[in-house]
Design a protein around this ligand. Structure first.
Ligand code: ZN
Ligand code: ZN
Length: 120
């Protein structure tokens, strides 16, 4: 699987630059994607120092000897932010796009859970 779309088994959500998202900083709301440019820790799942959540440029700190980190991980806080929920557009993409057909066949519970919310 390329990094366009992957799955984060730590936070249990889809990641990769193909996944539209919003910044995981509380109250931010900036639209980003879950690609390497936005991950805290500089690598998928966050590496040694990061939490592996995804932030906009304003909420990632640059360090000389460390990867980009969010303001929780930068001083080694133990409690990461809570991840934002998936965008409705992304859930709808997974529910309807052909490229997710095989995945949907393996995860019928996803459609059962979300189709109700999207089409009332
Ligand atoms: Zn972090
Ligand atoms: Zn932000």
């Amino acid at each position: 699987m390329s990094w366009e779309i992957g799955y984060d088994t730590n936070w249990h959500r889809d990641i990769g630059y193909g996944v539209p998202s919003i910044c995981d900083h509380p109250g931010c709301g900036a639209e980003i994607h879950r690609g390497l440019a936005h991950v805290c820790g500089g690598e998928p799942y966050g590496g040694d120092r990061g939490c592996g959540l995804y932030f906009c440029a304003a909420h990632l700190r640059l360090h000389e000897r460390l990867p980009k980190l969010c303001c929780r991980c930068s001083p080694r806080a133990r409690t990461p932010f809570s991840p934002t929920t998936d965008l409705p557009a992304w859930i709808e993409h997974k529910l309807t796009d052909e490229s997710w057909a095989a995945w949907r066949a393996e995860h019928p519970e996803f459609a059962a859970e979300h189709s109700r919310k999207i089409t009332p």
